[in-house]
Design a protein around this ligand. Structure first.
Ligand code: KIV
Ligand code: NA
Length: 279
């Protein structure tokens, strides 16, 4: 497969062919996403929860994100790679944001960055984009801002909310964002925003009227322990956790019963050596 570039993504957008995006947090998850043909692999800060067991995304640091980026990058041969700028790495000044974005490229091996926020992030998006680093803006439900949003709630649901969403989308586009991720917005609203933009929208929980879709890989693969809260918009395409658990349980049984390892899983030794040794 040819390397996916920003032009490839532009061409898909022009052809109205949905852009496929999936998160990854390490070598195997990056590898499967790339091999299965994802156009974009996103190292999302959701890895704080799904790979590191943290309470929320706000705990993960820049250095931790970089470690995951490097692992993903070693696996991804074709897909375009984008990483989340974690909370604290970009909000204070556009200069600080650019420094963080450059680290994502130079140390993390990423091609672009994603950051949360709308109109208020315009100068930051401009700063990073003008340095030649593609920026994906993340609007609608922005998990890093959960406490000022009052939790994980649908956005753009009221008329005023929908107007704000559209304003944010237009502002980040004007600032140079090459894509706009729209999270947890009613499908009709996300579709109208998509039509009003001239850059692709990537939806999560925002219906099929967006220019592309993204999901968190462990969620869509069912690769998480029982009891993890899943948002309504997550469709589970596999039962990786169940498979892993069945495998580990079978192994446990066979070790306890000494069924494993049977002869086939061992190295032979000659009778002569054995007799000599047993003397
Ligand atoms: O961190 C993440 O996984 C995200 C999702 C919206 C894909 O930002
Ligand atoms: Na994120």
């Amino acid at each position: 497969r040819k390397k996916v570039t920003i032009q490839t993504i532009q061409n898909l957008y022009k052809k109205n062919e949905p852009i496929t995006v999936l998160t990854a947090s390490d070598f195997p998850s990056g590898h499967v996403a790339d091999t299965a043909g994802m156009e974009i692999v996103l190292v999302g800060d959701s890895l704080a929860m799904v790979a590191m067991g943290m309470e929320d995304t706000n705990e993960v640091t820049m250095d931790e994100m970089l470690l995951h980026c490097r692992s993903v990058n070693r696996a991804v041969k074709s897909a375009f790679t984008i990483a989340d700028l974690p909370m604290g790495s970009y909000e204070t000044t556009p200069e600080k944001a650019l420094t963080s974005a450059i680290r994502m490229v130079k140390e993390g091996g990423m091609k672009g960055v994603k950051l949360e926020g709308g109109a208020e992030m315009a100068s930051t998006i401009r700063k990073i984009s003008q340095a030649g680093i593609p920026v994906m803006a993340h609007i609608g439900l922005t998990p890093q801002r959960q406490h000022s949003l009052g939790g994980f709630r649908v956005q753009g649901k009221s008329a005023a909310g929908a107007v704000k969403l559209l304003r944010d989308a237009l502002a980040v586009q004007k600032a140079g964002a090459c894509m706009v991720l729209i999270e947890a917005v009613p499908p009709e609203i996300a579709e109208i925003v998509t039509r009003r933009l001239s850059v692709p929208t990537i939806g999560i929980g925002s219906g099929n009227g967006c220019s592309g879709q993204v999901l968190v890989q462990v969620d869509m693969l069912g690769n998480f322990p029982e009891g993890r809260f899943l948002p309504k918009f997550v469709k589970t395409y596999a039962d990786v956790w169940g498979e892993a658990r069945r495998g580990v349980e079978a192994y446990r049984e066979e070790v306890k019963s000494r069924a494993f390892p049977s002869v086939g899983y061992t190295y032979p030794v000659s009778k002569e050596v054995l007799e000599e040794f047993e003397k």
